[in-house]
Design a protein around this ligand. Sequence first.
Ligand code: NDP
Length: 486
Amino acid sequence: MSDTIAPVRPARLIINGEAVDAASGRTFTTTNPATGEPITEVAEAGVEDVDRAVRAARAAFEGPWSRMKASDRQRLLTKLGDLVLENADELARLETLDNGKPIFESRQVDIGMVAGCFHYFAGWATKLTGETIPVSPAFFNYTLREPVGVVGAIIPWNFPMIMVGWKAAPALAAGNTVVLKPAAETPLTAVRIGELALEAGLPPGVFNVLPGPGSVAGAALVRHPGVDKLTFTGSTEVGRGIMHECANTLKKVTLELGGKSPNIVFADADLDAALRGATTGIFYGKGEVCAAGSRLLVERSIYDDFVAKLAERASKLVPMDPMDPKCRLGALVNEKQMNTVLSYIETGVKEGATVVAGGKRAPVNGKGTFVQATVLANATNAMRVAQEEIFGPVLTVIPFEGEDDAVAQANDVFYGLAAGVWTKDVKKAHRVARRLQAGTVWVNMYNFYDPAMPFGGVKGSGFGRDLGAEGLLGYTQTKSVWVSIE
Ligand code: NDP
C-alpha cells in the first residue's frame, strides 16, 4: 500500500511570483515520519529571503492588489479554491508523506477545509463594508474597512495545509498581502499552494511562501518592520516570544497556542455517541490537534463502565501505514514528538494513572514514529498529564461528581481553547456551555470546524480568532472619515 516510491520534486521558495532558490543556496531534507525516509529537498529561507519577500509583499500591497476591484479579488481566490480541489490527490499525498497523518484525513477532510476557506473568504472580498454614522447635520461621517497591509503568518506542522487556508484566505480576501512561513517539518503543501496561487493569477508578491527554520526565517519575519500584522499558531513558548518581539515594531498579533481541552461526559448522555466522540476527540490527527479533547471528564456513576468501553475501542485503533486508505492512526510528526509523547505516558504512570489501552511505541513494518492509542485512567486533574499539552494519541480520563465539579475541573487549567459536553439534558448543555472557559464548545459532538465559525482561544490558548467574520476582521482596520458639508 505504501506510496513513498513516486518521487516528489524539490520545493523552492515562492517570492514575488516566482519559485526561487534561497539566497544562500541552502536546502534541507524533509522526511516521511512513517518510514524515516527522505521525501525531497526544500529551499531553506534565510533572513535575506524574508526581506525580499516582505518587500515584494509591500510592493504588491501598494500596487496591483490594492488597485484591483474587489470582485476580481473574489474571482482569483475562488479560482485558487477550485485549483486546490483539482489538485486534491497530489496535495493530500504530499500532506500525508510529510506529516504522517492518514491519507483518509488529508483527502477527505483537510482538502475540503482548505478549498472551503478560499471559497468562503473569497465571497467576503465584495462584502466588507464600512458604516455611515449620524454625528451632526453639519458633517458626513463614515468608516472605511481597510486591510492592515503585509501579513506575516507562521504556522505549525500539525495541519500544514489547513493552516494555509485559515490564515492566507481571510488575509488576502481583506486585501492584504501575505508572507507565510510553514513549519520546517512540513513545508510541501504550503509551497504547492503557493504555486497554485500563481496559477490562479494572483499578482506577484501577493502570496509568498518561505520554508525555513523558525529561529531564523520565522524570527526574521517577526522582527521585520515591513510586516504590519503577525498571525501565529504553535507552542505557547514561541507564541510568548513572538508577542514580546512584536512590541518592538508595534505589530498587531494574533496567537493560537494550543490547549488541554476538557471533553465532559455526563451520565445522562447518549453514551454510544459520547464514546465515539471521546475517541475521535483525541485520536483524530494522532492527537496532534490543538483542540484535541485530551482531558476526558466522566461522571463518577458511569466512570468504570465508560473507561472499559473506551479501552476496548482504543485497543482496536491500530497504527498503520498512513497511505493505506483504511488507516485511522498515523505516525507522529517526528521522533522528538514521539519521545515527548512516550515520556508523558511514563510521567502519567509515575503520577499514579493506569494505562488501560496502548502506552507503547508501535512501529509499522519495523519503522516510523507510531504510538498506540493510549488511555490513562484513574487520573486526577492535578496530574501533569491532565494539565500539560501532550500533543499525541494519549487520553487522560478523570472522574467528576455532578455539574459544578465538572465545570470547576474543566476550567482548572492554564488553557482555554475548546471543550465538549455530552448530555441529553438541553438546559444543562447550554448552562455548562456558558460556564466553560473556552473559545469553542461542542455539544454532543467534537472536533467540528467550518470556515464560517470563528476559532481561537481564551486564557493561555491565546487571543484573536481564525475563521468566520471575526477572523476576517482581524486582518482589517477601521478608518474614520469626517466630512464638513455645511
Ligand atoms: P513551535 O511553536 O516551535 O512551531 C510553530 C511554528 O513556529 C513553526 O513554523 C516554527 O518553525 C515557528 N517558530 C519556532 N521558533 C520560532 C521563533 N523563534 N520565531 C518565529 N517562529 C518560530 O512548535 P513545535 O513544533 O516546537 O511544537 C512544540 C509543541 O508545541 C508541541 O508539542 C505542541 O504541544 C505545541 N504545538 C501546538 C500547536 C497548535 O496547534 N497550537 C501546533 C504545533 C505544536 P520551525 O518549526 O520551522 O522551526
